[in-house]
Structure formats: structure tokens, C-alpha cells
Design a protein around this ligand. Structure first.
Ligand code: FES
Length: 112
């Protein structure tokens, strides 16, 4: 049996889901919105548009269940996870997605 999934054409080439879940202050797990993810999402959206990245979409998501590691973003179709704390981190994540862009491996979250 071949475990390789079939190559399916993707509607977006860069589809980011930025966790914007907000929990009450003092919650044991914290939340990405409480750590500034909404502003980072807005910045990512603006940068993707400004840079003319084609077939890109930046969406808000609910909790991605990696709260303690956030603010976090997952980017499909590759399923790359990153911790994003600053606008500079966003710049680096966007650059890493471009052909020849420097990898942002130090921001990467493990897939498992
Ligand atoms: S609150 Fe963002 S991953 Fe859970």
C-alpha cells in the first residue's frame, strides 16, 4: 500500500491560520490573543497583501491546542507551525515561505 497522499491542487498556496483564541485573564493555559496574536494576524495580512504574495490567505482560528507555545500559526498546505511573538517574526515567516527565503527554523514548532 502506498502511504503517499495524492497530490491535490490547493486553492491557496499559502494559507495561514493564526490562533486568535482569547481566554479569561488568569486561565491556566493562557491564550494566543492575550499574547497579542490579533495584532500579529493583522500585520501578517497587511504584509502578505503589500508584498503581493499570490494565492495567499491569512485567517484567524480558534484554539489550535498549542496554547502554552503560542502565539502560534500553522501554514498550509505544508502544515508548518511557528511561534510568532513579534512583527519581525512575521516578516521572517513570510520570507521563509518564499522561494529561496531564509528558513525561520528557530521559530518553528515541532509537528508532534
Ligand atoms: S489559545 Fe492559541 S493554541 Fe490555544
Amino acid at each position: 500500500m502506498n502511504d503517499t497522499p495524492p497530490a491535490i491542487p490547493q486553492f491557496f498556496d499559502f494559507h495561514a491560520f493564526v490562533c486568535c483564541n482569547r481566554r479569561p485573564d488568569g486561565h491556566a493555559r493562557g491564550s494566543c490573543a492575550a499574547k497579542g496574536s490579533e495584532k500579529l494576524r493583522d500585520y501578517m495580512k497587511a504584509c502578505a497583501k503589500e508584498q503581493g504574495i499570490e494565492r495567499a490567505r491569512i485567517n484567524s482560528s480558534g484554539c489550535l491546542d498549542r496554547c502554552e507555545l503560542g502565539p502560534c500559526v500553522v501554514i498550509y498546505p505544508r502544515g508548518d507551525w511557528f511561534r510568532i511573538e513579534t512583527t519581525e517574526d512575521i516578516d521572517r515567516v513570510l520570507a521563509a515561505a518564499q522561494p529561496g527565503g531564509a528558513p525561520a527554523d528557530d521559530l518553528r514548532l515541532p509537528n508532534r
